[in-house]
Design a protein around this ligand. Structure first.
Ligand code: FA5
Length: 348
């Protein structure tokens, strides 16, 4: 039996030596050490031996088993190292290759303009306020001096959800909300930026667009006048579009301001000569503004005898068109990466 065991050990060692792949080594493990392996078979037959012979043979079998395990483990390490060396040889890294480009998103032009407007007005002491996009008829129209059936409601083609709720057509709705929140006895200096909705669609009109509303209210003796409004709008437009931008103040009509104005900016596409974008006029309308109507003050808790001020509302998308020379507003909403990527260069 002892000779047989020595023979097994010799054979195992020779075979382990010759192996040059880990898979082959696994087969040898099964052959010698597995449940049906040669050593296990011998151990099973030990029952037939005398009680004196059993421990002797047991210890020889264990010794041989340990030696085979050790030989296999040594070989395993050797093979693994060899395989790793081979792999490293094949997979050489060329450090001179250009790195994989990591593509980076860029801020949407509308968000850029919104942030710029907010920074500018905050620097002039304004608060930034927000209001709901799903608005009530009361705040969008009635509290702005536009009762039901008023003909000026036709100026804005609205998306009504129910008889009372609609998608707000103008951020002016936040004027009324702010006046009520401030309780009728505090000065207000606020802007509100946000989405607005109308049933319109062409190169300079979208069904969903963004506006910024501005509202300044103070006591009458603080004299928040038309010239303050004009000066504020000139600073606003020139800071956003450049100091040389041409502005035109035109008398207009809004039910919530009296007097009312619209401000046009010279057409960036034709430089004021007249083209299809500006409908041959050389000007494009940018905003509406005026002195807050006494009825609006009264309806929203401010005494028009004691308080007064001005308001304005601008299209942010229109401003982005001027700022970046975009000839069709719809480019702003198609999410075409080729279009959006061009704004990377404006990254601060
Ligand atoms: C208003 O919305 C008034 N609430 C502005 C206002 C506020 C006047 C406070 C007085 C006091 P208007 O409908 O003209 O006004 O719109 C204001 C600006 O929003 C326009 O000058 C234009 O720049 C932009 N605008 C209007 N409709 C659209 C549209 N469909 N798509 C993109 N921009 C638009």
């Amino acid at each position: 039996m002892k000779e047989k065991l020595e023979q097994i050990y010799k054979e195992a060692k020779e075979q382990i030596e010759k192996i040059d792949m880990t898979q082959g080594l696994n087969d040898l493990k099964v052959k010698y050490l597995g449940k049906k392996g040669e050593l296990t078979e011998i151990l099973k037959g030990m029952g037939k031996l005398s009680p004196e012979e059993r421990p002797k043979l047991g210890s020889i079998v264990n010794e041989i088993r340990d030696s085979i395990v050790e030989a296999i483990e040594t070989k395993e390490k050797e093979l693994k190292q060899k395989e790793l060396n081979k792999k490293l040889e094949k997979e050489k890294i060329d450090v001179t290759l250009p790195a994989t480009k990591i593509t980076r998103g860029s801020k949407h032009p509308i968000n850029r303009v919104i942030e710029e407007i907010q920074d500018l007005f905050v620097s002039m002491g304004y608060d930034v306020i927000s209001g709901p996009e799903l608005e009530t008829d009361e705040f969008c129209f009635e509290r702005l001096n536009l009762p039901k059936g008023h003909p000026a409601r036709d100026m804005q083609d609205s998306f009504y959800i129910t008889n009372e709720y609609l998608l707000r057509t103008q951020t002016s709705a936040v004027q009324a909300r702010t006046m009520l929140d401030y309780g009728g006895n505090k000065p207000i200096r606020m802007i509100c930026t946000g989405k607005t909705y109308r049933r319109e669609d062409d190169a300079t009109h979208s069904h969903q667009f963004n506006q910024v509303e501005g509202l300044v209210i103070d006591e009458k003796d603080k004299n928040v006048s038309l010239s303050d409004l004009k000066g504020t709008l000139e600073i606003f437009v020139r800071k956003m579009l450049g100091e040389k931008t041409e502005l035109r103040f035109r008398p207009s009509y809004f039910p919530f301001t009296e007097p009312s104005y619209e401000v046009d900016v010279s057409c960036f596409k034709c430089g004021g000569k007249g083209c299809n974008l500006c409908k041959q006029t050389g000007w494009i309308e940018l905003l509406g503004a005026g002195i807050v109507h006494p009825n609006v003050l009264k309806m929203n808790g401010y005494d028009p005898e004691k308080y007064g001020g001005f308001a304005f509302g601008t299209g942010i998308d229109r401003l982005a068109m001027f700022k970046y020379g975009i000839t069709d507003m719809r480019y702003l909403y198609t999410n075409d990466v080729r279009f959006l990527k061009q704004f990377d260069r404006f990254e601060k």
